[in-house]
Ligand binder design. Structure first.
Ligand code: TXA
Ligand code: MG
Length: 327
């Protein structure tokens, strides 16, 4: 089976809306990564997402809405949620809030909270505004593999299992949304770093935002169920080294992934993959996953990736690169 591609024409958007309406899965573009979408109010449709991705049923999904006003239909909002939604939606910020009973338990893996966001992608916003239900959508990749940032990435790794892909071009942000838990008495906490930085959130709320806790922590093991240490990984063994300190050279079969082109040490043999032209965190985020896929498909026997420089604008990239390493 090869999937059908849909474009940003009114008739294609109508067809995709109808597919979702009848319980089909469709891969949809967002500004972060492509999502594998189903009608969030239809538990049978949502269950297909878990089987196609081979995702654990204990790992909750994010729901996506097309209008800010929909948030109160599905969650209990508070002042912080309103402020953040006004400041960052549509955008790469997922809010975790107490869920209402309108959302089926399978979406949230039985948790009493739900992750919700309004994505900032023109085609998907048109689509969502045409639906009378939210869509549940995890990243459209097999569980634990690199997230897709192009329609063809979805076709490559899930094309055998899904019938429909809405092609909205390359994702402008390139890494998954920032997730912030707004339920905690102690104050809001970031569950996953992403394109919206902790500083940006703090500036809007005028309060300190707590840092993520790893799932392995005995403190709150259930707070961020998807934060396994290894995630988003290539199949090829990959290790990370500090910024500009590539000194563990392999052989001609090694792929070296650099933040940006810079002077390689002498005597290098192997292939260099600069992620971006300049050390700009936005450009690096936009290209990271497509470079990882390219290097993973080139038949290297190992990959060595450089970590970003210091500084909080690199938090999300440092997190993703650390999670992508698998040796
Ligand atoms: O940018 C994104 O967020 C993309 C696009 C498609 O919107 N979606 C995405 O979904 O990255 P996914 O399922 O690959 O990652 C969502 C993460 C998972 O780690 C999940 O455990 C966590 O969000 N999550 C979802 N609902 C949660 C909840 N109620 N409490 C805590 N964590 C939650
Ligand atoms: Mg994912």
């Amino acid at each position: 089976m090869s999937p059908q591609f849909y474009r940003d024409t009114p008739s294609d958007i109508d067809k995709v809306a109808e597919l979702l309406n009848t319980g089909e899965l469709v891969a949809i573009p967002t500004e972060t990564v492509y999502g594998l979408a189903a009608n969030a109010l239809n538990p049978v449709a949502v269950s297909k997402i878990f089987s196609v991705k081979q995702r654990a049923l204990t790992n909750p999904l994010i729901i996506h809405i097309g209008k800010v006003s929909q948030v109160t239909e599905y969650c209990e909002v508070n002042d912080s949620a309103i402020k953040l939604a006004q400041a960052f939606w549509p955008g790469a910020l997922t809010l975790v809030l107490p869920k209402k009973s309108t959302i089926p338990d399978i979406v949230t893996a039985g948790l009493n909270s739900v992750g919700i966001r309004m994505p900032n992608h023109p085609v998907t916003l048109q689509l969502l505004q045409r639906l009378d239900f939210p869509v549940a959508a995890p990243s459209a990749n097999p569980s634990k593999y690199i997230s897709p940032t192009r329609a063809n990435h979805v076709a490559e790794s899930l094309g055998h299992a899904i019938g429909h892909i809405l092609d909205g071009g390359p994702c402008s942000r390139g890494i998954e949304s920032t997730i912030v838990d707004l339920r905690i008495e102690a104050g809001p906490r970031i569950l996953r770093y992403g394109p919206i930085s902790r500083q940006e959130l703090e500036a809007v709320l005028d309060m300190t935002i707590l840092e993520p806790i790893e799932a392995s922590s005995p403190l709150e093991p259930k707070t961020s169920p998807g934060q396994e240490h290894i995630h988003y990984s290539p199949h090829t063994p990959m290790k990370a080294v500090a910024y500009r300190s590539m000194d563990e050279w392999g052989d001609s079969e090694t792929g070296y992934i650099l933040i940006h082109p810079h002077e390689p040490p002498q005597g290098l043999s192997g292939t260099l993959y600069p992620i971006a032209k300049l050390p700009d965190s936005k450009d690096v985020a936009q290209n990271l996953y497509s470079i990882l896929r390219k290097a993973d498909q080139a038949g290297h026997n190992q990959l060595i990736i450089e970590l970003p420089p210091g500084g909080s604008e690199w938090d999300a990239l440092r997190d993703r690169i650390n999670r992508a390493t698998n040796t």
